[in-house]
Design a protein around this ligand. Structure first.
Ligand SMILES: CC(C)(COP(=O)(O)OP(=O)(O)OC[C@H]1O[C@@H](n2cnc3c(N)ncnc32)[C@H](O)[C@@H]1OP(=O)(O)O)[C@@H](O)C(=O)NCCC(=O)NCCS
Length: 188
């Protein structure tokens, strides 16, 4: 099992095909999916046939990038995942993302894992720019971005076919970003 990195409480490791049930269970909580699919769960077949194979390809093609399972170091419990991947909207950015089980919320884990990935992006991958996006209503996710030093970079609207929201208001989203010079100056 390939471990990407460890933090005070977390271990981030590559996914394997036998993680499929953990992923399906995570996405079966409508509260977890509230600001992602408006509560709709992900079918098991999507993980088996589409997402996990796509993530394995990223591991092979782009070492150090991809989707990483988050486990508590103490217990080994799976609590969700983080990603650091090519930004599909703006290709000269790496995009940070996260999705945690409800039982793990409110303990600083999203911030802890994200801060480690921000450091990994700039120190190991030598990225120039990092982005993160979320629906405007997802205040917890925005707060994580802010706590990781990302700055507000503007509003946009997800197209209906991407996110499935009913009204433009529901699809309203925000981008946050951090550049290498900003990150370097923040560490001084
Ligand atoms: C977003 C998410 C990853 C946050 O995880 P977490 O481990 O609880 O995050 P942290 O504990 O590191 O930080 C959360 C921050 O948001 C704040 N927060 C939580 N709910 C909030 C709300 N409704 N409004 C405003 N702030 C909120 C917390 O108080 C905390 O900030 P603080 O430390 O200044 O008090 C988690 O809620 C989650 O997985 N949600 C479902 C999936 C998702 O929406 N992913 C993001 C998609 S872009």
């Amino acid at each position: 099992m390939h471990i990407l990195l460890e933090t005070g409480h977390l271990r981030l490791r590559q996914f394997q095909m036998d993680d499929v049930d953990r992923l399906v269970e995570l996405d079966s909580d409508p509260e977890v999916m509230r600001y992602i699919t408006f509560g709709v769960a992900t079918p098991r077949a999507s993980y088996v046939e589409i997402y996990l194979p796509r993530w394995f390809e990223i591991y092979a093609r782009q070492p150090g990038l991809g989707y990483f399972a988050a486990e508590l170091r103490d217990t080994g419990d799976f609590i969700g995942w983080f990603h650091l991947r090519d930004d599909r909207i703006e290709p000269d950015y790496l995009e940070l993302g996260y999705r945690l089980c409800r039982s793990a919320w409110g303990q600083g884990y999203a911030t802890e894992g994200s801060l480690a990935l921000v450091r990994h992006a700039f120190e190991t991958i030598r990225a120039e720019r990092l982005s993160a996006r979320t629906l405007e209503r997802n205040l917890a996710s925005q707060r994580v971005m802010q706590k990781c030093g990302l700055k507000f970079g503007g509003r946009f609207e997800y197209p209906q076919d991407v996110i499935g929201g009913r009204s433009p208001d529901e699809r309203a989203a925000v981008k946050y970003a951090l550049t290498r010079p900003e990150w370097l100056s923040r560490r001084d």
